[in-house]
Write a protein that binds this ligand. Sequence first.
Ligand SMILES: [Zn+2]
Length: 155
Amino acid sequence: MDESDLTCPACSSKDLERGTTEIEVPHFGSVVVYYLRCKSCGYRINDFGFQGNFPKEDKVEIKGKKDLEIKIVRGSGGTVIIPELGLELFPGPLAESFITNVEGLLNRFLQLMPLFEDKTKVDEIESRINEAIEGRLKFSISISDPSGVSHFVSD
Ligand SMILES: [Zn+2]
């Protein structure tokens, strides 16, 4: 990845610096996190930046409210797809690593909705996401990640 081409998603500054920090991650213990930080506005993008040994592809079926608790670890190289809702998250230079549960993932997608221009489509997708958050919709989530970092955690 050519860092000189990266711009801050918050303020479009090209003045980004790379650093590392250590954080405690549930199910992992201590993990070194690489991050990019914008010197202008302080915006920070985390990247778990390590090699995992999880299956490169995995899938879960969400059948009800209880399944919304399933946790998702998404490395920056992970693709997350919810076909029934038409939602896709692809890796990219500014793709962020995160750990959340299914409900949190759906909320993340909701936050991205204002970025789309087709307002009619957005309304439709938003109402389906809200149905999913309320556990009234059956759907599946698949992740694929060549680096073996992304995976599901269900207790
Ligand atoms: Zn910035």
